[in-house]
Ligand binder design. Structure first.
Ligand SMILES: Cc1ncc(C[n+]2csc(CCOP(=O)(O)OP(=O)(O)O)c2C)c(N)n1
Ligand SMILES: [Mg+2]
Length: 553
């Protein structure tokens, strides 16, 4: 039994402050120097999720923001524990996803003497986080955690790092360490009146307007305003990154598909033809090909909460430094009166037609082959999945089939590593999101290559009986690299993967395991979801180059 009368320590100040900021889980691997924080969770509502690798724990923390909108938290022990979080932190930086990483350190008495496991982790974490600080007095822990939260949420969100030497973490605290003023989300930045007026004029005149909804829509929870704006004006609209699901992609009449050029030829063509592009809460990133394919006369209105991204890479004729929510709010009575009706109807229609074309192609290619086309498996899973399921994809070739195929119903229900394109994020995303929101299953599509990164986290899911369904689309290859390599070099070097027994691996880790043919995929998914805990569903598939990979290869 934990001694509740034990005096309060730095660990209590840390855990209490994090709890106040909405943290429910600390993704962590234990270590002596962070024992004080572990003990603190026995007298607080925060739980330790003891993972199998700190990188996976950091991806899980990223998934918490993606699935709930509240930043997640990592607690790592000193040296290699913290260093293991670094690559996942760098991925969250690229994706603009906030999280706090708390690291242990050698005691101040031993610091810089080469204490056991000691590393200069402040230097390791500085370039992969937005802000990092060391706490040298226990009473200052709440203050510095608060500061970390302000920094992580300001402008473009991102990870922050706070390091606490072990003697500081386990020191008794005084009253000064009680939590300070509660952290409150800063109010959103509204656009200036002149920009709103100009926007209105642009929209009212435009014949072929096009809307791209990006990350800022999610940061602002602006989906309601976006849906209202899009259905009122009828402007063809696409979603990307964190904004997937901001429009109900299964039913919106105005949705022209995911706004990624490599997988969406309808969007690619529309960018050239549009006379006005509304780029909301995003910038001209690489999957928008830096804005290079814009038509000569296309005008661009870009709205971003971070001025550093206004005009980055590509054209932005009207640059509006504002949050997306207040921007859309200011356009309540704006209509796209001059819009060409054919344009309005054509783009969503063409996207659906493109999907039907791919369905027919997949069916034709699989005739007489026992291995289905990846699309056939993806469709069977999506069709059998419960309405509230969350989907997760990785970055293999099979995932580039799944990513544009999944129609996301609501925000926070589709998770995919952002601009880093990191293999290895996907299984932790599925586990982290299912742990945080166990009422809905997390359904992951992953290849036989990427699954190897953090397979052990299936055991973490099993310990918590979390609803994580891992669909392994097995083409016996690092396919996304193999197929283009063969096209460019005539050979594949070291890219074959032998058939492995995924069912036994799942069972060995405490999960259920199934290996099935296409006709059993839907029934098996329902069974796996029904049993509640984690499962692998393994399906052998054909290697077929996805449109995305074909475009970039
Ligand atoms: C961390 C990381 N390392 C390497 C890559 C490069 N990469 C992209 S896709 C891929 C192959 C993935 O193979 P698999 O998971 O089996 O999916 P498939 O392409 O076969 O469908 C690799 C190695 C990456 N995206 N991220
Ligand atoms: Mg593969």
């Amino acid at each position: 039994m934990a001694d509740t009368n034990r005096p309060l320590e730095g660990g209590d100040a840390l855990v209490e402050t994090l709890a106040r900021l909405g943290v429910k889980s600390l993704f962590s691997i234990s270590g002596g120097p962070i024992n004080s924080a572990y003990f603190a969770t026995t007298r607080n509502d925060v739980r330790i999720v003891h993972v199998r690798h700190e990188a996976a724990g950091t991806f899980m923390a990223e998934s918490v923001y993606r699935a709930t909108g509240t930043p997640g938290a990592v607690l790592a022990t000193l040296g290699p524990g913290v260093a293991n979080t670094a690559s996942a932190a760098a991925c969250a930086m690229l994706a603009g996803v906030p999280m706090i990483i708390v690291g242990g350190q050698a005691s101040t008495a031993a610091l810089n003497r080469g204490a056991g496991m000691e590393m200069d982790t402040m230097s390791i974490m500085a370039p992969v986080t937005k802000w990092s600080a060391q706490v040298l007095h226990a009473d200052r822990i709440p203050e510095i955690i608060d500061e970390a939260y302000r920094r992580m949420m300001a402008g473009t969100p991102g990870p922050v790092y706070v390091e606490i030497p072990t003697d500081v973490l386990s020191a008794e605290i005084t009253d000064a360490a009680s939590p300070r003023s509660p952290y409150i989300h800063a109010s959103m930045a509204a656009p200036d009146a002149r920009s709103v007026e100009q926007t209105r004029e642009f929209i009212e005149r435009a014949q072929r307007p096009l809307l791209i909804a990006g990350d800022g829509v999610y940061h602002n929870r602006a989906e309601g305003l976006l849906q209202e704006f899009v259905s009122r004006t009828g402007i063809p609209s696409g979603t990307l990154r964190l904004a997937r699901g901001a429009l109900d992609e299964t039913s919106s009449e105005n949705w022209y598909g995911p706004a990624y050029i490599p997988c969406n030829p309808v969007f690619a063509g529309a960018l050239e033809e549009a006379d006005l592009v509304l780029l909301l809460g995003h910038h001209w990133e690489f999957d928008l090909e830096f804005g290079d394919s814009l038509g000569k006369d296309t005008q661009v209105i870009q709205v971003h909460r971070d001025a550093a991204f206004l005009g980055r890479n590509g054209r932005a004729d009207l640059q509006i430094h504002a949050d997306v929510g207040p921007f859309l709010d200011a356009l309540q009575d704006c209509g796209a009166d001059a819009m060409d009706r054919d344009w309005q109807e054509r783009l969503p229609r063409d996207w659906r037609a493109e999907q039907e074309r791919l369905t027919a192609l997949a069916n034709r290619l699989s005739e007489g082959d026992p291995r289905p086309h990846p699309l056939q498996v993806i469709d069977a899973i999506v069709e059998a999945a419960p309405e509230d399921a969350r989907f997760i994809t990785s970055h293999g070739n099979v995932d580039f089939w799944a990513d544009p195929r999944i129609e996301v119903r609501r925000p926070a229900s589709y998770l995919r590593s952002g601009q880093s394109g990191a293999l290895g994020a996907e299984l932790p995303f599925a586990v982290g999101s299912a742990l945080e929101q166990p009422d809905a299953p997390s359904i992951l599509f992953v290849g036989d290559g990427a699954i190897g990164y953090h397979l052990a986290e299936l055991e973490t899911a099993a310990r918590f009986n979390s609803p994580v369904i891992v669909v392994v689309l097995d083409d016996n290859s690092w396919g996304a690299i193999a197929m283009p390599q063969r096209m460019g070099y005539d050979v594949e070097v070291a890219l074959e993967l032998p058939p492995r027994d995924w069912v036994s691996m799942a069972k060995g880790l405490g999960a259920a395991g199934y290996s099935v043919a296409l006709h059993d995929v839907g029934r098996t998914l329902k069974e796996a979801v029904g049993q509640g805990g984690p499962a692998i569903i393994h399906v052998a598939v054909r290697s077929e180059l996805s449109p995305y990979m074909a475009h970039i290869s």
